[in-house]
Design a binder for this molecule. Structure first.
Ligand SMILES: C[S@@+](CC[C@H](N)C(=O)[O-])C[C@H]1O[C@@H](n2cnc3c(N)ncnc32)[C@H](O)[C@@H]1O
Length: 388
């Protein structure tokens, strides 16, 4: 029997809402020919390790049975079930509720109701305002942030948010830099390159800035991985080199980035930025072992560091306060703030130094650093030593 046009239209609607990522749930009821105890089938998209699937929950009289199908299998199955096995179908998408009622002669009636408030889909509704999109994004796929359908994996949602927050935040700072000149950015301790790729993509491909980014990373396996992904994406001005930050040299550096560079690697990166007279130094400090090891033994504030968690926080405040003072001394205006909610990561402090030509009272700053070190009985600070 040929299918009723409303039925074909309904199946097309399910296909397109699934492809757009707005499909939420399908409920199939009113069994046409009762041959077993199957009462209903519920279908909804699910994100599995193997990718996006459609999950079918078969409701029997006494039990539920779940089977997951690929998009093609699921759509073929739906086409077979709708109108043949089930005569009442409700499909909820983010914006609308669609009802299909089929009579015994195969005639179908399609009723559409708009939702008052758009419902939540898997993740596409949240993604709409992001600067970095996951759809058709090669590097996010190869770095394991999203699946082959361009959907952000459940476990990678925080990382995806972090990447976007970081790009959004930095894009404002790039407005302060002369856009007519090629911008040389060095990402120190680039790791797996999540943020490096996203920043390059945004600056080069979205804002059209003439930019070159070099990721500097000790671990060769990560450098090889990032080099391959960069080539797959045709990001010709994004390079990765396997080197210690300490040994990195470049003719010109406009921006230094060091995100979660371990312990004193942050100091090395800041030092390289100061030495190269970079216009911007961006860092999100990581662990603060060097200062922490010294602190507390004969400190005036021993009580403040009695508990491990406070000792850690104190080491962080002290290390980063001295870093920001030294950057100020060297001609940078500094800002320290939380760049992402600590619900997503504890390592959420960002320090940005913007080079200005304003004169600083070096002696006053040196005294402040000295007082802080004495108060906490800290013998040395890596950045201070590097700067000599
Ligand atoms: C915690 S990961 C952060 C990676 C990346 N920046 C991010 O935020 O996703 C720190 C990276 O810095 C690298 N690293 C640490 N010390 C370094 C050094 N002296 N020179 C180059 N890379 C270094 C480590 O190998 C590691 O991959």
């Amino acid at each position: 029997m040929s299918k009723h046009p409303q039925l074909i239209e309904f199946i097309d609607l399910i296909k397109s809402s699934f492809e757009k990522g707005t499909l939420i749930k399908i409920s199939m009821s009113k069994v046409a020919n009762r041959t077993d105890d199957l009462k209903m089938i519920y279908v909804n998209p699910v994100e599995l390790k193997s990718g996006l699937k459609l999950s079918f929950k078969y409701r029997h009289a006494t039990k539920d049975e779940v089977k997951n199908f690929s998009k093609k299998e699921a759509l073929d199955l739906l086409e077979e079930l709708i109108g043949n096995s089930f005569l009442q179908i409700v499909a909820n998408t983010a914006e609308e509720e669609h009802q299909l009622l089929i009579n015994k002669k195969g005639k179908a009636k399609h009723i559409t109701k708009k939702h008052k408030i758009a419902l939540k889909t898997l993740n596409h509704d949240k993604e709409k305002n992001y600067l970095i999109k996951s759809e058709n994004n090669i590097y996010l796929k190869e770095l394991g942030i999203c699946d082959t359908n361009g959907r952000v994996k459940d476990k990678q949602q925080d990382k995806f948010r972090q990447i976007n927050r970081y790009v959004e935040l930095l894009s404002h700072w790039f407005e302060k830099i002369d856009p007519t000149k090629k911008l040389n950015i060095v990402d120190m301790g680039s790791g797996k390159g999540y943020l490096t790729f996203a920043l390059y993509d945004y600056l080069k491909n979205h804002l059209g800035i003439n930019v070159s980014i070099t990721g500097v990373e000790l671990r060769k396996n990560l450098v090889d991985l990032c080099t391959k992904i960069s080539s797959d994406c045709h990001f010709k001005d994004l390079k990765f080199i396997s080197k210690d930050i300490r040994d990195f040299t470049a003719e010109e550096i406009d921006v230094i980035i060091a995100l979660h560079a371990c312990d004193t690697a942050t100091d090395l990166a800041i030092y390289q930025g100061i030495k190269a007279e970079a216009k911007l130094i961006v860092c999100a400090p990581c662990c603060h072992k060097q200062v922490r090891k010294d602190m507390g033994k004969k400190s005036q504030f021993k009580a403040l560091t009695k508990h491990g968690i406070f000792e850690e926080r104190q080491a962080e405040m002290l290390t980063d306060t001295i870093r920001s003072l030294l950057m100020e001394r060297e001609g940078f205006n500094t800002k320290v703030f939380e760049f992402i909610s600590n619900e997503h990561t504890q390592k959420n402090v960002m320090m940005i130094g913007h080079h200005t030509n304003s004169k600083k009272d070096r002696e006053k700053i040196n005294n402040e650093v000295k007082q802080l070190k004495e108060a906490f009985n800290v013998q040395r600070h890596e950045l201070e030593d590097l700067l000599g």
